[in-house]
Design a protein around this ligand. Sequence first.
Ligand code: SF4
Ligand code: SF4
Length: 510
Amino acid sequence: MTGMAQKISRREFLKLASGTSLFGLGVLASGCASEQKQSGGEGWMPDQYHGRGDFPAQLKGRVAIAPENAAIVRDDEKCILCGQCIEACEKVMSVHGYYPLPIKDETACIGCGQCTLWCPTGAIAERPALQEVEAALADDGKYVVVQTAPATKVSLGEEFGLAPGAVVSAQQVAALKALGFDAVFDTCTGADLTIMEEASEALVRLTKKQEELPHFTSCCPGWVKFCEYFYPDLMGHLSTCKSPAAMLGATVKTYYAAKMGIAPESIVTVSIMPCTAKKFEAQRAELSEDSLADVDYVLTTRELARLIKRHGIDFSALAPAAYDSVLGESSGAGRIFAATGGVTEAAVRSLYYFATKRQPPADLLSWQAVRGLTAIKEAQAEVPGVGMVHVAVVSGMAAARRVLEEVRRTGRSRWQFIEFMACPGGCLGGGGQPKSEFPADEAVRRKRMEALYAEDKGAPRRMSHENAEVQTLYRAFYGAPLSERAEQLLHTHFEDRSGRLFDRETQAKA
Ligand code: SF4
Ligand code: SF4
């Protein structure tokens, strides 16, 4: 890829930087990088800028954000060109600097929102959706359903002065009911549904379709877009499962709508997510059925806090409330989805059960080797009838790139199952989470993670296949995992996006 990089002209850089108002301040590009970078190569970005002597920060540039970016936006008035977003995008995510210039058809962004956490002035933020959600809530003709992701339950409290890791699920539900949502569901139920499908799919691959191994998880839209951009040749390894939020949304607009006698067209689905990439995911054409999107609007944890404050709700005084039934029950496995390694642990618990018809041994209910904030973890589990299943757990796309290069180089690789999460630590460190520490801090992520595992340990049911509401859902509607209806509503396909960044022929030769 390095050889493809071209020298950037000042005009091209201005195009890259997408937004010119700051350049009116007299900031000048000093030239091109003299040193070959890890990727992207010579000329990818000027090394430095010469601003006015009294400019308040050392100017280093910024990531490019296209005006049509569905996940994030930038307020040029607040940008001080400090370069922090570049640090996050290049070093943590390995997106900035990893495609050739000049820009071909698209400004690459996987929507992860890590730059919003690193931006010291708040210039980069999630693309807002509060107005649309408030309009839906005010519309008597709409039935507005909301779901809350597991990571938000251990972080929303930080916006109201509570310590990181304070579990506020019941207060969050109460706040959403006070805001006027018609039904409040749990994305963890969607996570249990995802595990029913994904563990079944992985079992088929492990026993019958070994050419599709290693199996890649697909619940993180940031990671999925990264794969579509940079590793389209490995897309066949991706699980076809939709994300938990999309699965829940699709189920609300079909099963729940029919059960409640509500026209699907009048249902508006909102998801509260730790994630900015979910805003992009919600707009994917593949994630809609008969022109009805699985998820209509996504609010980040930060946006929900803003909404609660804007409506004068005293969060600390809220009486706890419970999720609504039908799609409100969660297993411990569904609750740990927000931590890196959580999807793997949840999937292997149920995969073991599906393969053996016996509950997994106790050590798989507390699988320490896949827990923790390390960027790349490896573990193995013996599943009778399947053999030793070797897993890798990866968070942060810079780490993912290392693993993917190995898979690409070796073909089969030494792993059978690989979990990828774009954000460091998984969704608990998502780009839509409260900015309780600046810069984003591992201690905060650790507290949130510990709270999630405590939630799992204390859950009355620890495995996704034990979730009674999910069992009812299969009996009444989906039939069985991987059934025709499940494939239609709960699975999806992906798009090779590499051609938007690279000349495919040149890339093939690189
Ligand atoms: S959202 Fe992620 S990929 Fe996009 S510019 Fe920010 S850090 Fe880079
Ligand atoms: S790790 Fe979670 S928060 Fe981050 S991009 Fe993926 S789904 Fe979103």
